[in-house]
Ligand binder design. Structure first.
Ligand code: FES
Length: 439
């Protein structure tokens, strides 16, 4: 499965580690988060090494819709309710700062970058929009309430964030990664005493950043309780006969996580949706195809792809020390569906921690904060049910029963989202290897 991004860019390649080395910072994971961490460290003059188990951007970054926006669904009312107005304001500031850093970097690095407005719409009752609107008014943010959208659906209304952005993420990565210190096909299998162990050599580092999407160390941080994964699907549609039919002139997402999202990339429309918890049933590409047949007759699917995101229980990512007991071990995860701005927030925050600069958002995103939320109990129950489900195919991460995903022909784990091919080869972590009977 290839996305529009990895079909249209040939990514830089990097060598395999072939000896023991030491450095100041080891960054594990070559998605946008790890790469931005490496970039920020390089800019700050800090020696580092980035390792990637496969090739860079082979995970979620290569399959994103690449919207750079501070508008993360109707998150601000939710944050206000859970964390209060001061933290809500800080979250908005952190995202807007991230957007501004992209605006600067993207003008220096060719990547189809364009500034456009972002809309979150509702199709049923408008009361959630109203609450979000009231929170944004209290925060003094320059949003707008828009009633009509150029989409083939009937909406109750929408909230617009002005001057957000979209880009080609892999063009951007290709440009910023050119001179970074990266080893590909170099999986860090374990970490002990500030040493990362790979099959090709040891890497000793004063600081280690885990940027592997789902954190892979289970003995600290309890991420297996604090995260689950949510999968969503994209069709890239073209209509050679009526290209204007597919132009939407902005970025749009339903406030309901099961709804649809829209943005253009050139003459294509990226139609997203069909989301579900990994390992459970959901709409997948079939709901998108149905929608396209009904509303964009004559459209052709040029690419179809899917990705999954790590979902925290309190609507805040985990960025900072891996746990309260791991001083020089850091993590960046739990970005929900909003990996572009949160990756930038993580890269600047972790750089600041490492160089000893105060970062205003450190406490907000601290992975050691209390996350006693109903979602934690739901995750625990989910895991217990799937651990007790009798089946031969079990996930090597923590032993849950795998479920067959007929849309993608894969074995998916409902507990934390590991995925495997029909033949048992690992596709998505946190599992660290293939199924025992893989061919
Ligand atoms: Fe954790 Fe499968 S991903 S048990």
């Amino acid at each position: 499965m290839k996305s529009i991004w990895n079909k249209t860019v040939c990514l830089n390649s990097f060598p395999v580690l072939n000896s023991d080395v030491s450095t100041e910072v080891l960054v594990i994971g070559g998605g946008i988060t790890g790469l931005l961490c490496a970039y920020m460290l390089q800019q700050a003059g800090v020696p580092y090494i980035l390792t990637e188990a496969s090739h860079i951007c082979s995970g979620t970054t290569g399959y994103t819709t690449a919207k750079i926006t501070s508008q993360h669904g109707l998150i601000y009312h939710k944050l206000n309710k859970k964390h209060g107005s001061e933290k809500t304001r800080m979250y908005l500031d952190a995202q807007q700062n991230a957007l501004n850093i992209y605006k600067k970097l993207c003008t220096e690095n060719e990547c189809h970058f364009s500034v456009c407005d972002n809309y979150v719409y509702a199709t049923n009752t408008g009361h959630k929009l109203e609450k979000e609107w009231n929170t944004l008014q209290t925060l003094g943010f320059n949003a707008a309430y828009v009633k009509e959208l150029p989409l083939p659906l009937s909406v109750t209304g929408s909230i617009m964030f002005p001057k957000q952005a979209q880009f080609h993420p892999l063009m951007f990565i290709n440009s910023i990664s050119r001179n970074l210190n990266i080893y590909e096909h170099t999986a860090v299998k374990s970490i002990d005493n500030n040493i990362g162990y790979t099959d090709h050599g040891k890497i000793k580092a004063s600081h280690i950043i885990i940027a592997t999407h789902f954190p892979f160390i289970n003995r600290h941080g309890m991420y297996f309780l604090k995260l689950y994964q949510h999968r969503s699907y994209v069709l890239a549609l073209e209509n050679p006969d009526t290209p204007t039919q597919l132009q939407v002139g902005g970025m749009y997402a339903d406030e309901d996580s099961a709804g649809l999202s829209f943005r253009n990339e050139g003459n294509l429309l990226l139609l997203g949706g069909g989301a579900h918890r990994t390992g459970q049933k959901g709409g997948n590409w079939s709901v998108l195809r149905e929608f396209a047949d009904q509303h964009y007759p004559g459209s052709i699917c040029r690419y179809r792809y899917a990705a999954q995101d790590c979902m925290p229980p309190d609507a805040l990512p985990y960025i900072g020390n891996y746990s309260s007991r791991t001083r020089n071990l850091y993590v960046a995860t739990g970005f929900q569906k909003w990996g572009m701005t949160n990756a930038m927030v993580a890269a600047t925050l972790l750089r600041d921690k490492i160089i000893g600069e105060k970062n205003p958002y450190e406490e907000l995103f601290s992975p050691s904060r209390s996350v006693l939320q109903p979602q934690i109990a739901a995750n625990a129950l989910h895991a217990t049910i799937n651990l007790l489900t009798p089946t031969i195919r079990r996930c090597p991460h923590l032993g849950c029963a795998l479920k067959w995903n007929p849309a993608e022909h894969s074995w998916d784990c409902p507990c934390h989202g590991s995925r495997f091919t029909e033949n048992g080869k690992l596709i998505d972590n946190p599992a660290a290897g293939d199924l025992p009977y893989s061919k």
